[in-house]
Design a protein around this ligand. Structure first.
Ligand SMILES: Nc1nc2c(c(=O)[nH]1)N[C@H]1C(S)=C(S)[C@@H](COP(=O)(O)O)O[C@H]1N2
Ligand SMILES: [Mo]
Length: 263
């Protein structure tokens, strides 16, 4: 098909589809700056050139935006700089009380019993045995005071402590050439991250919050904390970790949130 001879869209339909597309971009692209940029620069012609789809109805707008979001994941993965550190803050700047958030209310926080708890580690790892919390606490620990940013429109500074995830992955003999690390949680939450972020020096398998064992509301028994990623990428109540080349998706990601979700 000749790109330049594509029939002109009905202007009314086109404007409606475009308005819809801007709303969808608002839902898909989590980072406010990127979102504003995309919303401002989005034109029907641009979207159809980018995706090769003819943007004539809601379904094709949806399909086109899905393609844009997957394209974004690839581009964001490529521009991710594994040595760039997120800002850290003095302890005096910690937000108190630190907000709670989950897909349910605070009265429904999952309580996981420490007794008998073991972390499952599977997939592309040499050592698939389960870990107790005592074994994780025996590994070298590190603290970090960083900003957590939630797409619902709040951010807060908190202090987390735990094992550098890169050390943990090395210890279990993870295939660090694999594409994804996936997480299953004690609630219905699940998510997954790219391997370069998993190996980032500030990515921590946290066991503590503000010097105390991680309380239930912040994700006991453990939470993966990544200051390079948005709140929803940081799984709480982790029960299982797996290394894979098969895209595992995530709770919000499968509902349209951008999978990379970070910088
Ligand atoms: N297991 C689990 N992890 C989760 C969530 C959840 O609902 N369940 N919500 C995510 C979202 S959207 C945010 S903003 C943070 C909130 O963490 P906080 O309660 O420590 O502030 O947890 C993330 N990790
Ligand atoms: Mo969030």
């Amino acid at each position: 098909m000749n790109l330049f001879k594509r029939p002109a869209l009905d202007t009314v339909d086109a404007e409606a589809a475009l308005a819809e597309a801007r709303v969808l971009i608002g839902r898909r692209v989590a980072q406010p700056a990127r979102r504003a940029f995309l919303q401002r620069s989005l034109t029907l012609g641009g979207l159809s050139l980018l995706t090769g789809c003819s943007i004539s109805d809601n379904d094709s707008v949806e399909a086109a935006l899905g393609a844009v979001s997957r394209f974004n994941d690839r581009v964001q993965g490529l521009i991710f700089d594994p040595s760039r550190l997120a800002p850290t803050y003095p302890e005096s700047m910690i937000t108190r009380p630190f907000p709670f958030n989950a897909y349910y209310g605070e009265d429904e926080v999952r309580t996981v019993a420490e007794e008998g708890f073991t972390l499952e580690v599977t997939g592309l790892v040499a050592d698939r045995r389960r870990w107790t919390l005592a074994e994780l606490r025996a590994m070298p620990q590190q603290d970090q005071v960083t900003r957590h940013i939630c797409v619902e429109g709040w951010s807060a500074i908190g202090k987390w402590g735990g094992v550098r995830f890169a050390d943990f992955l090395q210890r279990v003999g993870a295939d660090t050439g694999a594409r994804y690390v996936g997480f299953k949680c004690a609630d219905d939450y699940y998510t997954s991250i790219d391997m370069p972020t998993a190996l980032h020096p500030q990515t921590l398998l946290t066991l503590s919050y503000d010097g105390q064992p991680l309380p239930p509301k912040y994700g006991f028994p453990m939470k993966l904390r990544m200051p390079t990623k948005l709140g929803y990428k940081n799984p709480k109540h982790i029960q299982a970790i797996f290394v894979t080349n098969t895209y595992p998706g995530g709770y919000w990601e499968d509902q349209g949130y951008n999978w990379f979700g970070g910088s």
